[in-house]
Write a protein of this length. Sequence first.
Length: 463
Amino acid sequence: MDKIDITSPFDGRLLSSIEPSSKQDVNEALSLARDVYEDRDKWIPTYKRVEILEKVVEIMSSRIEELTIMAVNEGGKPYLDSKVEVQRAINGVKLAIEHIGVFGGKEIVMGHTASSANRMAYTMKEPIGVVVAISAFNHPLNLAIHQMIPAIAVGSPVIMKPSELTPMSALNFAEILYEAGLPKAWCQVLVCNIPEAEYLATHTKVDYLTFIGSANVGWYLNSKVSRGTRVGLEHGGVAPVIVQEDANITDLIPALAKGGFYHAGQVCVSVQRIYIHESIFDKVSQALVVEAQKMVIGDPLDAKTEIGPIISHREVDRIDSWVKEAISEGAELLCGGQKIGDSCYQATILSNPSSDSKVSTQEVFGPVVSLYSYSDIDQAIASANSLEVSFQASVFTQNIDNAIYAVKNLNGTAVMVNDHTAFRVDWMPFGGAKASGLGLGGIAYSMEEMSQEKLMVIKSSVI
């Protein structure tokens, strides 16, 4: 089997060559995880899990620069943003430790019917079983944290299949876990090709599948998992923003630029469709163009870079073709619209593309935002809600009634007021609805997903 070459998306440097895991490797990993889960004597006590995670925080905090450079090299996210990702990853482990302290069952009140008299009832939390995590390329360290740490925190063994484009951070993080004292059976990382990944995800030994990536792949796997496997899916959106006529333009311009062009738009909740009231359309669009054209594009290792490379040359070509197609279908190109070498793409703004264009209906996953003029708020909301995806959205207004109206009527699992759609902190619930996903992420919420409640009912004449 050919090795998987890991290369820098910016300049094509070979970073590593990895022997892909075989079907036999997958079977061995599943058996190892299943064995420790089914033998309760091998379960790691809560206090020991806390000790291990505290050691993980200590190790990661001493290696921030090393972890940052690794993430930059394999994923292409600019240095400063990658450093934020590392710091966020460390905080994610801290959040898991904190949530362990309140992670437990509850009393179910008995005695208010004759049939429930003389009984006490309590629920308790148990690990769900073997967790399989399949991940995307765009946040190589933080996605590993979000899919592996909640499982470990609740006591479920986890097997992760990172993106074959960016597996180094996940592999390195597993080594940090082992260094912190976690036995290998409780966390394994397999880098494998599509057939082996599907075999892993759909195996009968899997109790929970967490998938971050393409909607087509995620929903396909959801239809193929073994009976009884719980599934969490995190896909993308085509995130809408509504800018009302009373919005504070000075504040919204940097927010929209950051939300649209952060990590070259390779974020599942990246700003993509911006509906602007016709009375301020020209003013907002002109200011946003100025902001976009100031952004520094290039080498992600340069601390001045704000927009790094697209993950692959093929994706650069796809993004370029979508932009050109939108222009041919009537969109006006306000700025950008050109490749920079083979690996980067200009910050691109399109005005009033067709509602049928790919940039209006599908996730671009590139540094491209589209602006649409509207006169009536209900018209804008209807356009924003017209797609089958539903993830994060936002509205800019200084009128609280208008803000609440938009929040109530926009499809979205989260609606930001006076902030961009890509805002997230890791203690909040995070997940898509409709075609955008299933279940909730966020450290505490994933811990709930990766566990199950067991009910104990005690009957006694003295109760």
